[in-house]
Design a binder for this molecule. Sequence first.
Ligand code: SF4
Ligand code: SF4
Length: 458
Amino acid sequence: MAPERFHSVSLLEDKCRGCTNCIKRCPTEAIRVREGKARINAERCIDCGECIRTCDNHAKVAVTDSIERLRDFRATIALPAPSLYGQFDQRVAGDVRRIYRDVMGALLALGFDAVYDVAYAADIASFITRTHIESGATEKPCISSACPAVVRLVQVRFPSLISHLLPVDPPIQIAGKLAKRIYASRSGIDTRDIGAFFITPCAAKMRWVREHINPGGETYVDGAISVAGIYGDLLKNMGAGESGPSSLSDTASGLGVGWGASGGENRAVGLENYLVVDGIHNVIAVFEEIEMGRLASVNFIEAQACTGGCVGGPLMVKNPFVGRVNIRRLAVGMREASPFNEQEESHIMGLYRAGFFETREDLQPVAAFKLDEDMSKAIAKMGQLEKVLEDLPGLDCGSCGSPHCRALAEDIVQGLAVETDCVFKLREQVKKLAEELFYLAQKDPSAMSKPDKTGQGQ
Ligand code: SF4
Ligand code: SF4
């Protein structure tokens, strides 16, 4: 049996009222409501956070690392997501660059020893992505692998598109790799004693971090701390100090910062013939088009699970539209051009050619929708499923705790539900029972029956 995966999205049972709102929004049909509580199927869940946004009872949460984990390391580095800058309003034009510096300073005041700006790593990722796509090594349309919820969606629902995912490191990984390397060489501390923590806008990145912890080898990102969890402290510490000497990266360009909102990655990659899609259900619609062969002429697809991009992440504080404007203002206020000179570009190219920025992940399909591992059993179950489905009302109301009638039919065939979980089937059964009871109530015991005219008992 495959080991249970870590999932950041979790249920607070006592808060769940079994309302079934989340089951309908889940893009991978990973949630059922049984015995009055939501249940998450770990194989199907992609940690997109759609259920966190949907649940008005706040019963769905993202589990992230606590700031206390900084104590586990001799030295710690903060890796702020580009979208973090969108959480701070810039009231006047002069604020723009100050916000950037203040955020860095506020992270240091929180207890980190240094900061490596993930927006700068995004500048590197943009350069590598463009180079890689132009090399023609990946099937077109090439799909960005920067959003881990999208990557997992491909594995779970669109396995035929795995070959379209770009095999280049996302900015979080580039930042972790470079940050630890630089800090170790400056301080003499072993990389294993340096903890790098991503400041995360989402559950998906938290899962990504846990999946990339390598107990037998080198780990580049050791934990993820939620933006919402430290937002109050960051606000308090804004302007607390300069990040200058403790900053491990150069200043990002406006293009790198722009990755924080939808469209920014594409602007930074700078290729013609692209497509930008955000919101997990829109991403699904585009992936269905690719599967039908309709987007073969597109070079690059920037796909993000959250509406508005990472500024719309479920662990963000600001409204995504406000966050997006903030990111744009900051990006424009900084220079929207590559920050690298020729020498730096050739250094990055050297690392790229040596495979330093290549993801080592062997992405495999996740068989979360298979009815059975055994093909003949799966075919038999499919026949049963169709039969069960014919008998269901087809209203897709979700009252049974499954997202639609077909999902309930599947659950019945898999032994996870019964027909009477459908309220209409239950009513039918109750009606039948009531009729039988009524008939029996009318019937006299044969010993008491009066003879009719023919002499027979009634
Ligand atoms: S939305 Fe889902 S998790 Fe929230 S109360 Fe309803 S069933 Fe429970
Ligand atoms: S769009 Fe960004 S915030 Fe949303 S799931 Fe993807 S990486 Fe996380």
